[in-house]
Ligand binder design. Structure first.
Ligand code: 7PM
Length: 283
């Protein structure tokens, strides 16, 4: 496999190969887990969970506070930093793993990158004043995601004429904006934003076309793990159905040439990537 720029993602201090899909393990850092008294225990648990996901095959750890979840209430810079920064510091002290942080906040971007984060995963597409500039200054990688509407109301009435074309055009635009702001193309990954202002039909159209979404030749990040689209598709809620759908999607995404698969079930997802890669090899 060659290693042209579309096969690499350059972070602030390290790069990750996307020659085969990199598995990105989700690490949730919720306010609950950092309630008074349990701070040290929660930090140890977050670190342990990260090391387990790395052991299971994660090439990237995505550290998320509550703030970037759909419908989440705004969180102060101080509160967000208190949750996320100790985890970035502890993980960086223990591992050379490629670290991604979910945030839309320029001050948080600056602080986590100084502490050793490599990438910013902003579901709001770095539109907050100063966010894009903070990523450029830190020479960090960025995931640029599509969302229709605002997190609080985006699922009310999502509407597109041609969802794949429209999402692709948006991602092309954002890649251009990032490059115009001084971001190197090899630091950018694009994401159709499954479930972010999309019906089941929209999500299925995007999943079908997931290999064609790579704006300006940049790799695609797919985030479908445990999402409600599978509960709707199978007409069956519950974690098992959602995980099964996520794993099938991971297999498909690998065949379609996706660069990063964001997931909760790292070992199982890595197995799907492994199987699909074996089937793709020429005899
Ligand atoms: C509640 C609802 C909690 C939804 C969490 C979620 C993505 C992401 C999320 C994605 C990228 C989840 C989502 N989804 N970042 N952050 N792409 N780049 O299911 O699809 O994890 S939050």
């Amino acid at each position: 496999m060659n290693s042209n720029s579309a096969n690499m993602l350059a972070g602030a201090r390290r790069a990750v190969s996307l020659a085969e899909p990199a598995v990105m393990g989700v690490l949730n850092v919720t306010p609950d887990s950092f309630s008074d008294g349990g701070r040290y225990v929660a930090l140890e648990a977050a670190l342990e969970r990260s090391l387990v996901m790395i052991e299971q095959g994660a090439a990237i750890i995505d550290i998320g506070g509550e703030s970037t979840r759909p419908g989440a209430a705004p969180v102060s810079t101080e509160a967000e930093l208190e949750r996320v920064l100790p985890v970035v510091e502890a993980l960086r002290a223990r591992s050379e793993i490629f670290i991604s942080v979910d945030t839309s906040n320029p001050a948080v971007i600056q602080a986590v990158c100084a502490a050793g984060a490599d990438m910013i995963n902003d579901i709001r597409g770095l539109v907050r004043p100063g966010a894009l500039e903070a990523v450029v200054a830190a020479e960090a990688a960025a995931c640029v995601m599509h969302m229709q509407g605002e997190p609080a109301t985006m699922q009310t009435a999502p509407s597109y004429t041609d969802v794949v074309a429209e999402v692709r055009a948006f991602l092309d635009d954002r890649v251009r904006a990032c490059c115009a702001a001084g971001m190197a193309p090899e630091r950018i990954v694009v994401d159709p934003g499954f479930g972010f202002g999309k019906t089941l039909e929209h999500n299925m159209a995007l999943l079908r076309g997931v290999g064609e979404l790579g704006a300006a030749g940049r790799p695609v990040l797919m985030g479908v793990s445990r999402k409600s689209m599978f509960a709707r598709l199978f007409e069956l809620d519950g974690l098992g159905a959602r995980i099964n759908g996520s794993l099938g999607a991971a297999f498909w995404a690998t065949l379609q040439g996706v660069g990063i698969i964001r997931c909760h079930d790292v070992r199982e997802t890595a197995q799907m990537v492994c199987l699909a890669r074996h089937l793709m090899q020429q005899g």
